[in-house]
Design a protein around this ligand. Structure first.
Ligand SMILES: NC(=O)N[C@H]1NC(=O)NC1=O
Length: 173
């Protein structure tokens, strides 16, 4: 899909196509549509990121809370969004053994109890060992720093999803 096509989309089509660039936050695509035309992919990415950056902290935390747990119950049940399913599978999270799943669930619960939102990371760029070690490491970060890190991961996930939709090279992120 090229930028002319994106710029010519009506509101409904745009939200349909880009509504899950930020996981389960179609409102962001709805807001970004108003800012067309976009000059290129980087411009489009920047609009999604800027929306996140100007939200109050409660809104930023709300975005994080829209993300499903990594290797959580939804992955087992197959009820994730198609994008999330693909990303979690790419990290090998579907093939975890019972003990690894239990350990990850325990760390996810500790993380959520400490920060008030789920642990978020761009799973596509990691394997399951890296997911586990990042979770164990970030669990001990100061809350303000962790909020910034988590939002950075949301943006990375979104940029990779945009690249998929536009047929751009994900390696150039
Ligand atoms: N919790 C979390 O990071 N979830 C996300 N990560 C990712 O790559 N896809 C997701 O849904």
């Amino acid at each position: 899909m090229d930028m002319d096509k994106v710029n010519s989309m009506d509101f409904g089509d745009f939200v349909e196509v880009f509504g899950n660039v930020i996981e389960r936050c179609p409102l962001i695509a709805a807001a970004v549509w108003s800012q067309r035309p976009f000059s290129d992919l980087e411009d489009l990415e920047a609009r999604f990121c800027a929306f996140i950056d100007v939200l109050p902290q409660s809104g930023q935390e709300g975005i994080l809370r829209c993300h499903p747990d990594l290797a959580g119950r939804q992955l087992q049940r197959g009820t994730l969004t198609a994008e999330s399913q693909r990303e979690q599978s790419a990290a090998g999270l579907q093939g975890l053994g019972a003990e690894e799943r239990r350990r990850l669930a325990e760390l996810n619960a500790q993380y959520r109890a400490r920060f008030g939102f789920p642990f978020v990371l761009a799973a596509r760029l990691r394997d399951s060992a890296a997911v586990m070690s990042e979770l164990a490491r970030r669990l001990h970060c100061p809350p303000a720093q962790e909020l910034r890190t988590a939002l950075g991961e949301v943006k990375t996930i979104g940029r990779l999803r945009l690249r998929d939709l536009l047929g751009a090279d994900p390696a150039r992120l």
